[in-house]
Design a protein around this ligand. Structure first.
Ligand SMILES: CC(=O)SCCNC(=O)CCNC(=O)[C@H](O)C(C)(C)COP(=O)(O)OP(=O)(O)OC[C@H]1O[C@@H](n2cnc3c(N)ncnc32)[C@H](O)[C@@H]1OP(=O)(O)O
Ligand SMILES: O=C([O-])CC(=O)C(=O)O
Length: 484
């Protein structure tokens, strides 16, 4: 029996397989103890014919140079560089709308794919091409999506998490994959398949703003329907065939013309340009990039490959932290009497840590300092002091970035107590009226598409093979420990 409760559908599974689960429950304490002992004992042990230690095999492969990634490299202390260009370099060099420190995400995609800084004409040409893909492949009477995709999206429960809807929408674009179609008909080969990959990547990137807009509109549609209003669920804002990608994304989320001043509208668009320009890539080992690359290595088409990346991005230790931070900030406002008081904030953070929960937006698997992307988002607020100075949530975000590192350093467990990229961004979207918090990671997903998909094109150009590491089992590892 299935019962749908609020935004989460629950399945009553307690009656199913209870014998199996009970058997497992009996096994867990002994196996867990043995596993932890083994992990500790063998942390620095090299296996025969293997340069790797057991510690790194069981520790999420942290720090191992195991992947080829063309367009970005992460230095633990300096942060991300895109083909050697820092974030500040990109803010200076990449073509943008002339506002300080803002560039078009299209320009970043050009850089990721080619390693070269494009000129404005090249960037405008790319925007035009993406917009033409949307216009000529949509049923414009209903949406800016292919009719089949639109119909599928309409059929999903609007209470389904936006990231689930997004991954479904992206994978459904596989229906139009040239790569998949040509492969199944024997029309491409190892030397030419990069071109079909490239064409699919262009299609996918072109449709992301409309897909995100569709999902966001349905969230609004469902909430208005509850009030008895049968509002239709097409996009909340218009698609403009002359506008750049981030402007269309902002517009289709209905964030423009909300009675704000024109300047304010420009700032919202710039925020989305900056955010989607900076979140594109973080070298190859992060979950969304790695998943895309792995699935693509089986020659799954770009839509299926990136859909897997999105499913990884939807995890709270990765991209979902962006929504969790906003929920956390709003909850902190409720739980802490005076959220400008550092001592009260410290106590609240300790209560979370003592409950074995993580503080979202802090820590990183590789970075060992404040994330320069976080710094860039904060810089965005500093350049617009008059807009942000009275927002208590933005102020809380800024104050926490001073308090939380102190607390986390004293806690002593995490290797990086500093804010990561997810610390600042969501609350800025919230400031500009994006109020469905579960949606925030979808914007991340629009941006993150660019790096892993640029890499996928190069994977096919170089003919990189199917990824297939060797695994080891418990009994094998046991042989090297005192458990044997
Ligand atoms: C776009 C991005 O993906 S950026 C990251 C977004 N994620 C978050 O903000 C969630 C909060 N942060 C975290 O959970 C972690 O810092 C991660 C997942 C980002 C990195 O994880 P790791 O590489 O394992 O970090 P690290 O080696 O420092 O972890 C050591 C311990 O500190 C804990 N820790 C790390 N960060 C935090 C945190 N923010 N709050 C509390 N505890 C933390 C880990 O859970 C781990 O505990 P354990 O030994 O009990 O398992
Ligand atoms: O690099 C990582 O592990 C996490 C990530 O994707 C990011 O910070 O953008």
């Amino acid at each position: 029996m299935q019962r749908f409760i609020h935004t989460t559908a629950r399945i009553n599974s307690s009656i199913v397989n209870s014998t199996l689960k009970d058997t497992l429950k009996d096994l867990v304490p002994k196996r867990r103890t043995e596993f932890l002992q083994l992990r500790k004992e063998l942390a620095n042990t090299h296996l025969p014919d293997n340069d790797l230690t057991v510690g790194s095999i069981l520790g999420g492969m942290r720090g191992l140079q195991l992947m080829y990634w063309q367009s970005s490299t992460l230095d633990p202390n300096l942060g991300i560089k895109f083909h050697g260009y820092t974030i500040q370099d990109c803010q200076k060099l990449l073509p943008g709308p002339k506002n300080p420190n803002i560039f078009y995400p299209e320009a970043m995609f050009w850089l990721l794919l080619t390693g070269e800084i494009p000129n404005s004409k090249q960037v405008m040409g790319l925007t035009k091409q993406w917009n033409e893909i949307v216009i000529s492949n949509s049923n414009l009477e209903t949406s800016h999506l292919p009719a089949e995709v639109n119909k599928l999206m309409e059929s999903l429960p609007s209470t389904m998490h936006p990231m689930t809807q997004f991954a479904i929408g992206v994978s459904s674009l596989s229906h139009f994959s040239k790569f998949r179609d040509h492969y199944s008909r024997g029309l491409n080969n190892k030397l030419t398949m990069w071109e079909d990959t490239f064409d699919d990547v262009m299609t996918l990137l072109a449709f992301l703003p409309s897909l995100a807009g569709k999902i966001y509109a349905r969230l609004h549609g469902s909430s208005t329907r509850h009030k008895g209003n049968n509002k239709d669920t097409t996009s909340l804002g218009e698609f403009n065939s002359k506008a750049d990608w981030a402007k269309n994304l902002t517009s289709m989320l209905g964030l423009l013309n909300k009675g704000n001043s024109k300047n304010n509208d420009e700032d919202i668009i710039d925020l989305i340009r900056l955010y989607t320009g900076l979140h594109v890539d973080h070298e190859g080992g992060n979950v969304s990039a790695h998943a895309t690359h792995l699935v693509g290595s089986a020659l799954s088409d770009p839509m299926l490959s990136y859909s897997s990346g999105l499913l990884g991005l939807a995890g709270p230790l990765h991209g979902l932290a962006a929504q969790d931070v906003v929920k956390f900030l709003l909850e902190t406002q409720k739980q802490v009497k005076d959220s400008t008081d550092e001592k009260q904030l410290e106590d609240y953070l300790w209560s979370i840590l003592n409950n074995h929960r993580v503080i979202p937006g802090y820590g990183h698997a590789v970075l060992r300092r404040e994330d320069p992307r976080f710094t860039a988002m904060v810089q965005f607020t500093k350049e617009r002091q008059s807009q942000f100075k009275d927002d208590p949530n933005v102020n809380l975000m800024l104050l926490l970035s001073k308090v939380a590192p102190r607390v986390l350093a004293e806690y002593g467990k995490c290797k990086n107590p500093h804010p990561n990229v997810d610390s600042a961004s969501g609350i800025l979207f919230h400031h500009y009226g994006l109020n469905h918090l579960d949606f925030i990671t979808v914007i991340f997903g629009c941006s993150r598409a660019m790096g892993p998909l640029a890499q996928l094109v190069w994977d096919r150009i170089y003919g990189l093979p199917i990824e297939r590491p060797k695994s080891v089992d418990f009994n094998y590892l046991k042989k090297f420990s005192t458990l044997s």
